[in-house]
Design a protein around this ligand. Structure first.
Ligand code: P6P
Length: 334
């Protein structure tokens, strides 16, 4: 049985469903090629001298890893000349990056977290790249940060690459979720999962439980009910997983179900959480919804949130629909 390549999958989305213009198909192929290059660097690890700290910090005030910087550069260099983008924005850059005048500009905006979970890179735990594509607002010729501030419901494509035991690319263009696996011998992405679907119920939850004493009441109630298991109100036992790489945790959930939580907490009640809306919660939220799951910030659908800042943070509850709806209902009972 001959497998379907990423190119064939995207050409068919373009041709049969007229779902994506050629310009978007080409953009996604370039992003996939950049993720392949990042995968090759990640895999080499210390042998390529890419582990450890870069000695610099990012806009989040976080210590950058060498691979954070490398992955960011790979995505910028791969995408700046193709003519399908007006600008790019990255977790690793304070402001958005307009396509230089020496290249033609296109009608899309690309946002990415070039290497999510990079605190795991030095201990050889799965990390990933998250990306989101928006359209440039009509009539705008000089792209700036403000043009990226669109709700996640306006995304035209979203996905991630997970650099794990195998390298996989998971993406949506609004017609379900497809999964591709990289054959690193020949550098090709092959369709290994189509119309991925998240079970509405689950017995698996993901949260950093070391923050328990800081949680707000609805989260504490929800997690304690899970921990009470078959002796508690839920009447069944649950299991916990926490990789501390959002891409790895979300990939598990898209593959077999579960609920991922990164709530705001009492340490900084005004800070809405740790994860970023534009290039983590929005792309992951759309993928989760396209796979039949749900994604909220505890009270609102993530994709409905009107962004105010490029790097704004948001609380995240996403995964199996019935569990996300339950924990969200606990917030609404407040
Ligand atoms: P904590 C990685 O730094 C990240 O942004 C996500 O990928 C991950 O889910 C989360 O933070 C882990 O946070 O507080 O458990 O280290």
């Amino acid at each position: 049985m001959s497998r379907v390549s990423l190119t064939q999958y995207l050409v068919e989305k373009q041709r049969e469903k007229n779902l994506i213009p050629a310009e978007l198909r080409l953009l996604l192929e370039v992003v996939a090629r950049a993720c392949k290059r990042i995968s090759f660097s990640v895999r080499k690890g210390e042998l390529a001298g890419v582990l450890g700290d870069a000695g610099t910090g990012n806009v989040q005030g976080e210590q950058q890893k060498k691979l954070d910087v490398i992955a960011n550069e790979v995505l910028l260099e791969a995408n700046e000349w193709g003519g399908n983008l007006a600008a790019m924005a990255s977790e690793e850059m304070d402001h958005s990056y307009p396509i230089p005048n020496r290249y033609p500009r296109g009608s899309f905006l690309l946002l990415f977290d070039p290497l999510d979970g990079s605190s795991n890179i030095d201990v050889n735990v799965s990390v990933g790249t998250i990306f989101s594509v928006l359209r440039m607002p009509e009539g705008v010729t000089d792209p700036a940060d403000e043009h990226f501030l669109q709700p996640g419901s306006r995304q035209v494509a979203a996905g991630y690459a997970v650099y794990g035991p195998s390298t996989q690319l998971v993406l949506t263009v609004g017609d379900g979720v497809a999964e591709f696996t990289l054959d690193s011998d020949i550098g090709s992405w092959w369709l290994t999962g189509n119309n991925l679907t998240i079970p509405a119920d689950t017995r698996e939850y993901a949260i950093n439980a070391s923050n328990r004493r800081h949680w707000m009441a609805p989260v504490r109630r929800y997690v304690e009910e899970l921990e009470a298991g078959s002796q508690g109100p839920r009447g069944k036992d649950f299991n916990m997983r926490w990789v501390a790489s959002m891409v790895a945790d979300i990939h598990r959930i898209i593959t077999r179900g579960g609920i991922f939580m990164y709530p705001r907490d009492q340490r900084e009640p005004d800070k809405p959480g740790k994860l970023r809306l534009m290039y983590e919660a929005n792309p992951m939220g759309w993928l989760i919804e396209q796979a039949g799951g749900a994604a909220t910030d505890g009270t609102r659908r993530i994709l409905d949130i009107e962004p105010e800042k490029l790097h704004q943070r948001v609380a995240v509850f996403m995964g199996s629909k019935n569990e996300v709806e339950r924990v969200t209902s606990y917030h609404r009972e407040l």
